[in-house]
Design a protein around this ligand. Structure first.
Ligand code: PRP
Ligand code: URA
Length: 205
């Protein structure tokens, strides 16, 4: 269920995201661009319905997105950098929030906020740029399931094999879309080569 983005533009953007000299304003733009590519890839399976349309020359039957309410749920704070493409592309999307923060010593995520819309019957796109140990993503999927979410897709920008394995073990039916699959984790559970702390780089903290 792991999909790694294969596109020259994705490779280009991720390389600039990794560059430690990239400043927050550019970092946010790049985060938008890679998240848009991920959103498009992860929504390939959305249903469509026929619609008769008059072009300036003749009638034809085209396709439009079928009514299917989507929900995007960022894991705060870094996940906020991946939300805007969903709002721009899917006008009827709802947004929920899950606040999780990793402890600096243990790397175990602590929950500090949760506000979710109705999830029953809706496709939930959980967005978090970094899948390191997988602890945050696993916990967030637990929360979404407890709130009634059944169809869940996880989108990330940089993932580690350890994080992917943790999500696949606990939630094997959840597809994972990532822009890069990196080598592993360091002793402090940061992804190598990675891009550092995404939230700090996004918000200049
Ligand atoms: C980062 C990142 C993920 C988590 C990944 O957030 O955005 O949520 O770490 O690590 P894991 O897979 O080992 O759980 P962080 O807790 O640093 O909070 P922030 O987004 O507020 O910076
Ligand atoms: N969170 C980040 O922002 N970066 C990592 O490498 C791991 C967790």
């Amino acid at each position: 269920m792991l999909h790694v983005l294969q596109h020259p533009l994705a490779a280009h953007v991720i390389t600039h995201l990794r560059d430690k000299t990239t400043k927050p304003a550019t970092f946010r733009t790049l985060a938008y661009q890679i998240s848009l590519l991920l959103a498009i890839e992860a929504t390939r399976g959305l249903g469509t319905e026929d619609k008769l349309v008059e072009t300036p020359l003749e009638s034809m039957t085209g396709q439009v997105l079928a009514a299917q309410p989507l929900v995007v749920v960022p894991i705060l704070r870094a996940g906020l950098g991946m939300v805007q493409p969903f709002l721009d592309v899917f006008p009827d999307v709802s947004v929920g929030y899950i606040g999780l923060e990793r402890d600096h010593e243990t790397a175990v995520a602590r929950s500090y906020y949760c506000k979710l819309p109705e999830l029953a019957g809706r496709h939930v796109f959980l967005v978090d740029p970094m899948l390191a140990t997988g602890g945050s993503a696993v916990q967030a999927i637990d929360v979404v399931k407890s709130a009634g979410g059944k169809q869940i897709t996880l989108l990330g920008i940089v993932s580690s094999p350890e994080g992917v394995a943790a999500v696949e073990k606990r939630h094997p039916e959840v597809p994972i879309f990532t822009a890069a699959l990196d080598r592993g984790l360091n002793a402090k559970k940061y992804i190598l080569p990675g891009l550092g702390d995404f939230g700090d780089r996004l918000y200049g903290t």
